[in-house]
Ligand binder design. Sequence first.
Ligand SMILES: Cc1cc2nc3c(=O)[nH]c(=O)nc-3n(C[C@H](O)[C@H](O)[C@H](O)COP(=O)(O)O)c2cc1C
Length: 168
Amino acid sequence: MTSPSSVADLFHTLSYGVYSVGVSHGGRRNAFTAAWVMQVSFEPLLLALSVNPGNASYPMLRESGRFTVNVLHAGQLDLARALGTRSARDGDKLDRIRWRAGPVDAPILQDAVAWFSCEVLDNHRAGDHQLVVARVRDGGVLQPDARPLGYAETGEMDGSAELYPETL
Ligand SMILES: Cc1cc2nc3c(=O)[nH]c(=O)nc-3n(C[C@H](O)[C@H](O)[C@H](O)COP(=O)(O)O)c2cc1C
């Protein structure tokens, strides 16, 4: 490191959006906040998502092979917190949210900027996360004029600063 900034500061210069990933399996549905989502191919259209396998959503995603990505807007910081700082293990997170079942049965949040419906193609171990590569099967823009929420706007909401080592 050539400056006094921390490893966490370094990694927090990377830019991401903020998404709600919806899952459905065995009659149960859930959603969690994710920042680590990106497009990785045009042909076919692929998204990659890095998931902590400890998330309650992960076995549902793995078993069903499907999920939705909902793009959150700048006014949805509280929603990002509600879905990203509590687990489905602590109670239903969808009971106070407006959503509908999408084409793969996973939740589409009705107030989101846009949604993607995805089918898992590959799943790779990536350190302490699973890197899921998925084909986009359907999707739509719900609020064309809304500004997508940026990860930097969530501050320390995900508590990630303490997960970085002190030095590289
Ligand atoms: C802003 C923010 C970004 C997050 N990004 C991710 C992510 O990219 N991947 C992930 O697995 N968890 C991410 N999380 C953490 C999960 O949302 C969190 O662990 C959630 O409680 C998991 O819910 P579940 O156990 O109901 O699946 C993020 C949380 C926040 C607040």
